[in-house]
Write a protein that binds this ligand. Structure first.
Ligand SMILES: CC(C)(COP(=O)(O)OP(=O)(O)OC[C@H]1O[C@@H](n2cnc3c(N)ncnc32)[C@H](O)[C@@H]1OP(=O)(O)O)[C@@H](O)C(=O)NCCC(=O)NCCS
Length: 154
């Protein structure tokens, strides 16, 4: 539970689509928010849910090979990370990443990676990630950096 009365836990993929669309992909429709792999059995959708039941923070975690460390067979990709504007800076995102790290640690540990938007790089660094030397521009979304975090087994 964060200071702002949100509770972090698993939610159905569909419960995250409105927030994904508003924060991450406003140029697309809510109907286009489903990502390949959303319904895979090993995919975890975490939501920070407020006391009205609204999902105000989210991320998605899935076992996916890391493009920069292809030999790692224990890689997990974090994506679709967003916090509602009015709750930013209160630890919601940090709580979500901590829950993702616990999920991996409880499954033997592994390499957590993400394609981070550069404006969020400091947030990810504070949450334990390290920047790789992989940097690129997404035409629609902007500059990105590849980031990784080694998660030990619990
Ligand atoms: C990146 C993002 C998910 C971070 O979410 P958040 O809930 O604001 O994250 P936190 O509150 O845990 O941490 C963010 C900041 O608040 C600070 N913070 C953390 N806990 C805090 C607390 N309890 N009280 C006050 N501030 C806190 C952090 O130091 C951090 O500072 P920074 O802005 O200088 O980096 C959010 O900014 C967002 O949705 N951005 C737009 C979408 C996006 O870029 N997503 C990432 C795609 S790769």
């Amino acid at each position: 539970m964060t200071g702002l009365q949100t509770r972090v836990g698993p939610v159905p993929a569909e419960a995250t689509f409105a927030l994904r669309q508003r924060i991450l992909r406003p140029h697309q429709s809510v109907a286009a928010m489903a990502l390949a792999g959303d319904n895979d059995p090993d995919t975890l959708h975490l939501g920070a849910v407020d006391d009205t039941g609204e999902v105000v923070g989210t991320l998605r975690l899935e076992p996916v090979a890391c493009p920069w460390y292809p030999a790692r067979t224990d890689a997990w990709q974090l994506r679709a990370m967003a916090t509602a504007e009015h709750l930013r800076g209160h630890g919601v995102g940090t709580d979500l990443v901590a829950a993702a790290v616990r999920h991996i640690a409880e499954r033997g540990g592994g390499l957590l990676w993400c394609n981070a938007r550069v404006p969020a790089e400091a947030f990810y660094t504070r949450a334990g990630f390290m920047a790789t030397d992989q940097r690129w521009d997404d035409v629609l979304i902007g500059p990105h950096v590849g980031m990784v975090q080694d998660v030990p087994a619990a």
